[in-house]
Design a protein around this ligand. Structure first.
Ligand SMILES: [Zn+2]
Length: 366
């Protein structure tokens, strides 16, 4: 890490610090620190307007970090919505817009709508253009290493499409991301207790991401964590969009529940709360299959498992039930409440993750 990055991250983690604190904390020389602090202040990344009161001597300048010194936008393009967020340097969502629009890359109006939504979110932040870092675009597909091409997009039938096609009306720096990897990254970013984890995304498709040492483990062909196609019901299960039967996706995607409530997941959970028998039956079956999936993941990775996606946003209340079912399968008498974690970002984790990648990119060039 460059010295400027070290100093910047130190201030970011510690809050307001004096120059002397940095000397002690990082063991760098005073002239080096002074020069880098001047550079960071010039970039508007740190605030020097406050003082730390010293006992005895005169008050020292407090160097603190400016959350909104830069921001990035994250898009999540899924089957029925364009979800767009703006995120500051702390990962806080500072603007969020959801537009109901069917995914159709052949329709120029759709592409235009994507561009307009980005503009709207940008405007909504009220921040000047020179603070804007770019747009991370998350899609329901696997992406090439350079973020330029969709290498597998069977769910929405857009394999082979390029970033330039999708971002036709986004005149800013941008790149593509795989949706579950983006959402998983949002969960572990800036969290010291989740260096290694499996992120399980229960949205309109089931996906996942393997996180090792705070980074997404991509695998040989970037298919690592594609848990949606793990077999849960051999032979007798429903046909998956991949062509096989009984995939995890067919029993644990959010629609399995939402379909019971006219496609409305929120309504499903309301019904469940009113002790609706049908909802209860669906939920029991869902949790049973989910516990199989979770058990398998735990056996493979032996890490914390974050339950995210649309269903993950509701799971907190039902953790006890879920843990009991997972524990019943456990071979080592382990307690799953110790390793099962509901997701932190209830709102739009995928868009947030895509934006955070753009922020990380910036941290690397400071
Ligand atoms: Zn499948």
């Amino acid at each position: 890490m460059k010295k400027s990055q070290l100093i910047y991250q130190y201030i970011r983690e510690q809050g307001a610090v004096s120059k002397q604190d940095i000397v002690i904390g990082l063991g760098l020389s005073l002239p080096t620190i002074t020069q880098n602090l001047n550079n960071l202040a010039e970039l508007g990344l740190i605030d020097t307007s406050k003082k730390i009161s010293n006992t005895g001597g005169r008050n020292a300048t407090a160097y603190s970090y400016v959350e909104k010194a830069r921001y990035a936008v994250g898009l999540y393009l899924n089957r029925h919505h364009i979800n767009c967020v703006a995120v500051d340097l702390s990962g806080n969502v500072i603007s969020l817009i959801k537009v109901r629009e069917n995914f159709d890359l052949n329709d120029d109006n759709y592409l235009r709508k994507i561009g307009e939504t980005v503009e709207e979110v940008k405007k909504d932040t009220g921040l000047p253009d020179d603070r804007f870092l770019g747009v991370g675009i998350a899609v329901q597909g696997l992406i090439s290493d350079d973020g330029e091409r969709v290498t597998y997009g069977l769910t929405l039938n857009f394999t082979g499409v390029t970033r330039a096609d999708i971002a036709k009306y986004i005149p800013y720096h941008n790149r593509l991301f795989h949706d579950s990897a983006a959402a998983g990254y949002a969960e572990v970013w800036d969290r010291n207790d989740l260096d290694d984890a499996f992120y399980l995304s229960l949205s309109n498709s089931v996906g996942g991401a393997v996180i090792v040492a705070n980074k997404i483990f991509e695998g040989e062909r970037r298919k690592s964590g594609e848990i949606g196609h793990m077999t849960i019901i051999p032979k007798a299960g429903d046909r998956c969009y991949c062509g096989q039967r009984g995939c995890f996706d067919t029993v644990c995607r959010a629609n399995v529940l939402a379909e019971y409530a006219d496609g409305d997941l929120e309504k499903f959970f309301e019904l469940l709360e009113t002790k609706d028998l049908g909802a209860r039956r669906h939920w029991n079956r869902y949790l049973e299959y989910l516990s199989i999936g979770i058990h398998n993941i735990r056996m493979l990775y032996d890490t914390k498992i974050v339950i995210g996606g649309y269903v993950g946003a509701y799971i907190e209340k039902y953790m006890e039930d879920l843990c009991t079912r997972v524990d019943a399968r456990d071979s080592f008498k382990e307690k799953s409440e110790r390793y099962l974690v509901p997701s932190k970002y209830k709102k739009e984790p995928t868009g947030v993750g895509a934006a955070i990648h753009m922020i990380d990119e910036f941290f690397e060039i400071i």
